[in-house]
Ligand binder design. Structure first.
Ligand code: SF4
Length: 483
């Protein structure tokens, strides 16, 4: 039997048709990315949890629901020291319950996801903007991270003549199809600020944008920039890109999750959103299910230690708290109390796609006995709790000061080459998926090396190499790749 739902692993929310008899058997072949094709396997992952679990010493032990609920009731008494951490994987129905509880306790609702939190300060574009943009500027490596969206961008190029630019320190597949600026790693922010400076000096930005708060301060920041050569880019190389963006009727910036792999990714995204504001164009953040979060006024996690964190479908490793309560379908070592909830095939609910539209998750199979939905659990923790609708929208868009790290981070002299490990995904479920992908693609524990460095260091494809960083040592298999 064929059953339909959606893949919840990025803002495209592709339609997913699964084969099901008593159990789910697989995905009906369709043009999905490999993450989508394998998404269903999470349902039967051996790390699923079926009962609440509490840390007891170094280990976790299963506990009764009653004890789990009592513990949560005690913990919410720590008013003023609570935080509620959510991710784009939470359904709208779950967010309504979480918002209701956090609001009633006066505790903030935050996200730790780098791309999601970055998206809060960007003016966002939608996927449909790809069909009308005449110049697309890609920040980072898109093709490798997001083949489905990359297909749409390439269609724009070859069917409509859209001009493509790419800013990436790594010459991956995106650069093969674009006019590419390759800065030193971490130099992206400086390049983007120089592009903004050029627009202002030439007077080719949209003048009406001067009314936006923060413009004078932003303009004066640009006067004190270090030279762009520091990022490994010649000033002349910027002119064609800046001219094309200024002349475009509908320029569009596309940001990929690979950007968050650099130390100063936040400054890079701030610089990009300022540049986009100067041109009055949007930024499409690939990956994003964040529009659902923005409805609820979710803010960026401030990184401060909390007494108690209630964490929903997010990675507990990025939250600092004395006691972490994780609502999750899977076992995660770093939580103190684990509350089992359904995975995406066991849940009906609404997710918001990258265009701000909504799509429905269909329940394909029943959750295991004792696995309960978020709303049912929270309404037992606080009786009388009801789901709430989102708060009124706050106005957005402002030029933001880029204070930190506009200098290019130095590559340590101890490293004879630049190391790229295999990509890790920013979404908690994707960490699990990555393990599956590694098995599927046979990429486990590998690293990439360009052919020149490989020859110089005498390393052959497939060789096991011991790598040493300033902090640790680890073994990896070498993949000799041009990119
Ligand atoms: S593109 Fe996104 S939504 Fe579509 S299958 Fe891949 S991960 Fe899932």
């Amino acid at each position: 039997m064929e059953v339909k739902t959606i893949c919840p692993h990025c803002g495209l929310l592709c339609d997913l048709t699964l084969l099901k008899e008593r159990e789910i058997l697989g995905t009906v072949p369709s043009p999905l990315c490999v993450k989508g094709l394998l998404a269903w396997t999470i349902t039967y992952d051996q790390s699923r949890i079926y009962q609440p679990m509490m840390r007891k010493g170094r280990k976790h032990a299963t506990i009764h629901w009653k004890e789990a609920v009592e513990t949560m009731r005690r913990k919410i008494k720590n008013k003023g020291a609570l935080t509620f951490v959510v991710s784009g994987s939470c359904t709208e129905e779950e967010l309504a319950w979480i918002y209701s509880l956090s609001n009633s306790l006066g505790a903030p609702m935050v996200t730790t996801d780098p791309v999601l939190s970055a998206s809060i300060f960007c003016k966002q574009a939608t996927i449909s903007d790809l069909e009308t943009a005449d110049v697309i500027f890609i920040l980072g490596e898109l093709l490798e991270f997001h083949p489905v969206l990359a297909g749409q961008i390439l269609r724009s190029k070859y069917e409509r003549g859209t001009r493509l630019f790419c800013l990436s320190s790594r010459l991956g597949p995106s650069s093969w199809f674009s006019e590419t600026l390759q800065p030193l790693p971490g130099g992206e922010s400086l390049v983007l600020l120089h592009m903004a400076q050029m627009l202002i000096q030439q007077g080719t930005y949209k003048k009406e944008q001067e009314k936006i708060p923060g413009f004078p301060e932003f303009r004066s920041t640009l006067k004190a920039l270090p030279p762009v050569d520091r990022a490994g880019i010649k000033p002349l190389a910027l002119s064609p890109v800046v001219d094309a963006l200024a002349k475009a009727k509908k320029p569009l910036f596309v940001v990929t999750p690979s950007v968050t792999k650099t130390d100063n990714w936040k400054e890079t995204l701030l610089s990009l959103s300022n540049l986009a504001l100067l041109l009055d164009c949007g930024v499409l953040i690939v990956g994003g299910l964040e529009k659902g979060l923005r409805k609820y006024g979710v803010e960026e996690y401030d990184g401060k230690r909390k007494k108690v964190a209630f964490i929903f479908r997010s990675d507990p490793r990025s939250v600092d708290a004395d006691f972490k309560i994780l609502f999750t379908p899977y076992f995660v070592e770093e939580a103190d109390l684990l509350i089992p909830i359904p995975c995406f095939t066991e849940l009906s609910g609404t997710l918001t796609d990258a265009d701000g539209g909504t799509k429905k998750l269909n329940k394909i199979s029943d959750p295991p006995q004792d696995v309960r939905e978020v709303g049912s659990i929270l309404s037992e923790v606080v009786e009388e709790l009801r789901p709430s609708s989102p708060p009124p929208k706050k106005p957005l868009f402002e030029f933001k000061e880029v204070k930190e790290k506009i200098n290019v981070p130095r590559v340590s002299a101890g490293f004879p080459f630049l190391l790229y490990s295999q990509p890790t995904y920013f979404n908690f479920d994707w960490v699990k998926l990555k393990k599956l992908l590694d098995r599927f693609l046979d990429l486990k524990d590998s690293f990439e090396l360009n052919p020149e460095d490989a020859e110089r260091l005498g390393i052959k494809e497939g060789a096991e190499v011991m790598l040493r960083t300033e902090k640790e040592e680890f073994k990896r298999v070498a993949l000799v790749r041009r990119s």
